[in-house]
Structures are given as C-alpha cells and as structure tokens.
Ligand binder design. Structure first.
Ligand code: B12
Ligand code: SF4
Ligand code: SF4
Length: 306
C-alpha cells in the first residue's frame, strides 16, 4: 500500500487535490447480493467447509470501482442539468481521499469499532464514493456512534487485526494479506486465514447492525457462480488463462494469477491440517514446480500441513 505514503496532506485537504473544491458530496452503494434472511449465518457456515474457497462478498460480482464511478459521473451530469456547468471530480476507493472520515462527517453513518462506516438502516455492506464540487453546499450533520458496549468485531477477527476499538493493524488483516500484500504471507498468520482466499468479511458478519444490511439494487454485484462455493482444489487448478477469464471485470483480477495461487495454497494447507485429503495433496503436488518461487514456497508449506 505504498500509495498511502505518497499523497501527504492532499489527502486531508480536498482543495489541494482538486483545486476549487469547496464541498464534497458523499454517497454509498449497497453491494450485498440479493440475500435471503440469515445471510450472515450462511456466510459463517462457509467457514466450516474447509475444502471450499471463500471470496469476500464485495468481490463476487463486477468491480465496484467502475460501477460506482460511472454512477457518480451520471449523478454529476444530472446536477449539471439542474444547476448548469460546475467543477467536479468523482472518486471511489481512491487513496488520497479520506472516504471513511468524509462519509462519517456527512452522516452516511458512524465509524464502527472495526473502522468501517455503518448505518442503522443499512449496516456496513456498502461502498463509499464522493464527488468533489466547486459548489458551496450546506453541510449535512454527522450521526451518533451506536456501537454501545458491543465488541463483536474485535472478538471475532481471526487474526486479532483490530488491535483496539477503531484501530486496525492492516498487516494482520486477511483483507490486506490476500489482496494488497505482494510477498509471502507471514507463516504465523497462515493457519488463521482458514479458507478465506480473497478479502474477509468476519468483522462485518459479526456486527449486529448488519441484520439491516440492504441487498444491492444493481445486477452488477450479482455473484458469479465460478467464485462462490467452489472447491479449493478446482480454484487452484485454474490456469492463468482461466483465472483471467473468470475474473474479467472483477476486482480479483488485479491481484494476478500468482497471488491467487499463493492465497489458495494457504487455504489448501489449512484444509489438509484439519483432514488429510489425497485430492488436495494431488492438486498441490501438481504445482510443486511452478515457475514462481512465491507459489512454490506456499505449496511446500501447504503440503507440510498434512
Ligand atoms: C487502505 C484500505 C484498506 C486497508 C486498511 C483498512 C483500515 N481499516 O485501515 C485494508 C486492505 C486492510 C482494507 C480492508 C478492507 N476494506 Co478497505 N480501504 C482502504 C482505503 C483504500 C483507504 C483507507 C485508509 O486507510 N485511509 C487512510 C487513513 C489514514 O484514513 P482513516 O483510517 O480514515 O483515518 C484517518 C481519519 O480518521 C483522519 N482523521 C481523524 N480525525 C481527523 C480530523 C481531521 C481534521 C482530518 C482532516 C482527518 C481526521 O485521520 C486518521 C489517520 O490519518 C479505503 C478507501 C479510501 N480511500 O478511503 C478502503 C475502504 C475503507 N475499504 C472498504 C472495504 C469494503 C474493506 C473491506 C471490508 C474489504 C473486504 N471485505 O475484505 C476490508 C475491511 C477491513 C476493516 N475492518 O477495515 C470500504 C469501506 C466501506 C465502509 N462501509 O466503510 C472503503 C471505504 C472503500 C470504498 N470506497 O468503499 N482496506
Ligand atoms: S476483515 Fe477479517 S481480518 Fe480484517 S479486521 Fe475484519 S475480521 Fe479481521
Ligand atoms: S460489531 Fe459491534 S463494535 Fe463492531 S462495528 Fe458492529 S456494533 Fe460496532
């Protein structure tokens, strides 16, 4: 996450990022796939099936960067239709924007102890986006913190990444380890990752406010069958070409085939530790001579878990 260091104070001063900015319009977009009642229990159950790979909920459909940016651009055009030409720029998940802080200050919700924004009517299963504008708008109010005495997210986190309320050590977070981290996954954290192969939802699954999470209204976030409920051995067998095909237009594509294999190898090792399985050992052995040293090392680690 080197991009975190690169932008300095521009991050906290919108007008230095986009000259002329005087207001920021914040937005949220729900991404939960149209889920039946009790979706959190369904997701927790997946963790009990060690031979199955879990891709976190936000990444099972189309890449939200494209979807959200397009929608915010449309919103800007509609505003332009109403007020005439104005200066604006849209953002979503762009590093030099303090999205959580802006959302919390503008009343999209409060920052929960897991550090994400959550909302009484919508839980936290949404993305954030912004439009920086050169229009002076009257500010909306922030909302109160409703975490109360709860600490479910801290207690459930498999790696203890939420080191204190509102404080996350990204280096321990499975989301960071599986998506952002380029090198070997620290050996002491591998057993704690279970079968999570891309991102992690546990702190949000445990959050009581997520019984109010809203299903996505856009079909873009509908889960792709190839990414949900699939055996790890099969996901590990994907060639680079298959990986690219299955992840076309998905946020997963960005990590590339090598990191994908690294992540799945860890999960396979964790499955082997729970129960020996010749199919899993065969899938791992088939990658023993992979050209990437990173993949080979994770394969050897996984085989040693049997
Ligand atoms: C880096 C990052 C990560 C890192 C670190 C996350 C973290 N909590 O620290 C990793 C890879 C671990 C991660 C994981 C996830 N992420 Co993330 N991530 C980001 C990203 C790109 C930057 C966040 C960040 O660190 N900003 C910089 C720090 C310094 O800001 P900060 O934490 O807000 O803290 C500052 C403010 O509080 C500020 N502040 C406090 N007081 C004041 C006062 C003043 C005057 C000012 C100016 C500032 C200020 O100072 C603090 C320190 O500098 C944002 C997108 C974005 N651009 O914001 C998405 C984002 C936070 N992630 C998101 C998501 C969905 C996730 C995951 C759920 C994905 C998944 N399922 O795997 C997980 C959840 C993990 C978790 N519990 O947080 C969403 C959250 C949506 C929501 N409902 O809140 C975001 C907003 C992306 C998006 N556009 O939707 N993420
Ligand atoms: S995303 Fe997973 S690993 Fe990261 S803080 Fe939440 S529960 Fe912990
Ligand atoms: S799990 Fe509890 S402490 Fe964590 S964000 Fe939700 S309400 Fe707050």
């Amino acid at each position: 996450m080197a991009y975190m260091e690169n932008h300095g104070v521009r991050r906290a001063r919108p007008a230095e990022l986009v000259p002329g900015t005087v207001s920021v319009i914040t937005a949220r977009m729900d991404y939960l796939p149209a889920a039946p009642e009790g979706w959190q229990a369904i997701e927790f159950e997946r963790l009990q099936r060690p031979r199955e790979g879990i891709v976190s909920l936000y990444a099972r459909g189309r890449d939200y960067h494209k979807v959200l940016r397009g929608r915010l651009q449309k919103l800007s055009e509609r505003i332009e239709g109403a007020v005439g030409p104005f200066g604006h720029r849209v953002f979503t998940d762009s590093a030099p924007v303090l999205e959580v802080e802006l959302a919390a200050r503008s009343g999209q919700g409060w920052r929960g102890r897991h550090t994400l924004v959550l909302n009484r009517e919508g839980g936290s299963m949404f993305f954030l986006g912004e439009v920086y504008v050169d229009l002076a708008l009257s500010p909306t109010e922030s909302v109160e913190d409703h975490c109360g005495s709860c600490r479910a997210c801290l207690d459930v986190c498999p790696t203890g990444a939420i080191v204190a309320p509102y404080r996350l050590d990204a280096r321990r977070c499975i989301s960071y380890l599986t998506i952002e981290h380029p090198g070997p996954i620290p050996a002491e954290l591998r057993p704690l990752m279970g079968n999570r192969i891309y991102g992690c939802d546990d702190c949000q699954l445990a959050c009581p406010w997520n019984k109010f999470a809203q299903p996505a209204v856009l079909p873009d976030f509908a889960p792709r069958p190839a990414l949900v409920g699939q055996p790890l051995a099969q996901l590990f067998g994907w060639s680079e070409e298959e990986f690219l095909r299955h992840t076309e237009g998905s946020p997963i594509r960005r990590i590339g085939h090598e990191r994908w294999l690294r992540n799945v190898a860890v999960a396979l090792g964790n499955a082997l530790r729970r129960q020996d399985d010749p199919g899993i050992r065969a899938a791992l052995s088939a990658r023993r001579d992979h050209p990437s040293a990173l993949v080979r090392e994770h394969v050897e680690w996984a085989l040693a878990q049997a």
